[in-house]
Design a protein around this ligand. Structure first.
Ligand SMILES: [Mn+2]
Length: 357
């Protein structure tokens, strides 16, 4: 059975939003513990994030088992299941991404957190191995009915703008960093860093019963801000599986980001990896266009045939979670919630329609 889930940012992890998820028909929650999307109970992706998603000050503050168990209990008190955590805090692993002096300590910290995640019974940890991170979006009333939505238009940004020192993954981790910018980082260097990370982390993940799943690069350009991006095409994304045959190695399969890539047949890619069991969970997002020009769309109006997607998942007996990804924001007092409710209603409707096919 395909499971319907909702992803919640850190500022949304409260009873009201767990009830909201339940009301929308979701059974599973994907939790974000990094405080990067701003706006409290009304978060918005359509702010200007070109100068960063904010400052993180969680260096050395690990996710402790007691805190995870407390949140789990709260989620379960609403009859929901905690399906996954999405994204490490840059404070926890900036030197792993940057190959810096603290990477040894940071990988030991990540391992300790994985042990906590495993003990708490959370089966999946999603991560995004990227230096520039999610960056380069512009936004505006570009969606259907002038809905505020995320746009990528390479002509409107300077994709070569370097990353300032003290920043990685589009978040500041060191406000006192010396002036200057990150030196360029090559593709082979990025693969080396990812491989080191996987070799260290996957054995522990396996031991703890946690699956590590990687999000593709958003936006999927081969390079941004002087740094190579690992997962900008189908072929490069699939290379992740060649790094390790561990059952704990898999995909956080973002339909929107993959559709934005210039190459390949998304349905074939999905069919292949759903059949092989390589997918941890799915970002169910639609989009119009591809790099270098696209806009994120309502789930029913984009280039992806989402009904076909769900039929492919059903055919392969996919029993993981699907969550709406960033949805266009709707004109009302709760733009984020309305966007998610719209997407979840659509997803639930299609799932019911194809259930007995
Ligand atoms: Mn995504």
């Amino acid at each position: 059975m395909i499971k319907l889930g909702l992803g919640l940012y850190k500022s949304l992890l409260n009873d009201q939003n767990f009830r909201f998820a339940k009301q929308c028909g979701a059974t599973h929650i994907v939790v974000q513990l990094v405080d990067y999307v701003k706006g409290g109970d009304s978060p918005s992706l359509t702010q200007n994030y070109l100068n960063g998603w904010g400052i993180t000050q969680n260096q050395g503050k690990l996710w402790e088992l007691d805190d995870l168990l407390l949140l789990k209990k709260q989620i379960e008190s609403h009859g929901l299941t905690w399906a996954a955590i999405e994204n490490f805090d840059p404070a926890h692993w900036y030197d792993i991404l940057l190959d810096g002096p603290n990477k040894r300590q940071q990988i030991e910290n990540l391992k300790q957190m994985l042990r906590n995640i495993g003990k708490a019974g959370i089966p999946i940890m999603g991560y995004y191995f990227s230096l520039a991170g999610v960056w380069g979006w512009t936004s505006g009333p570009k969606g259907r009915g002038a809905a505020m939505s995320v746009v990528f238009d390479q002509d409107n940004i300077d994709a070569n703008m370097p990353i300032p020192n003290g920043m990685v993954w589009n978040m500041t981790y060191d406000t006192a960093a010396k002036a200057g910018n990150l030196a360029p980082v090559s593709r082979s260097e990025m693969w080396e860093r990812l491989n080191w990370f996987l070799q260290e982390i996957l054995p522990i993940a396996e031991e703890c019963g946690v699956r590590m799943v990687a999000h593709p690069d958003d936006p999927p350009l081969p390079e941004m801000r002087g740094t190579a991006r690992l997962f900008h095409s189908f072929a490069e994304y699939e290379r992740l599986l060649e790094c390790s045959a561990s059952p704990s190695n898999g995909f956080e399969f973002c339909l929107g980001t993959l559709q934005e890539m210039p190459d390949g047949d998304l349905y074939q890619l999905l069919d292949k990896h759903a059949a092989a069991g390589n997918i941890g969970y799915i970002h169910f997002r639609n989009v119009i266009g591809k790099v270098p020009n696209y806009r994120e769309a309502f789930v029913d109006e984009g280039d992806i045939d989402m009904v076909r997607v769900l039929r492919i998942l059903k055919k392969n007996n996919y029993d993981g979670v699907i969550i709406p990804d960033h949805t266009p924001e709707m004109s009302c007092n709760a733009p984020w919630h309305a966007g998610k409710a719209y997407a979840l209603g659509y997803m639930r409707g299609v799932l019911q329609a194809i259930e007995n096919e």
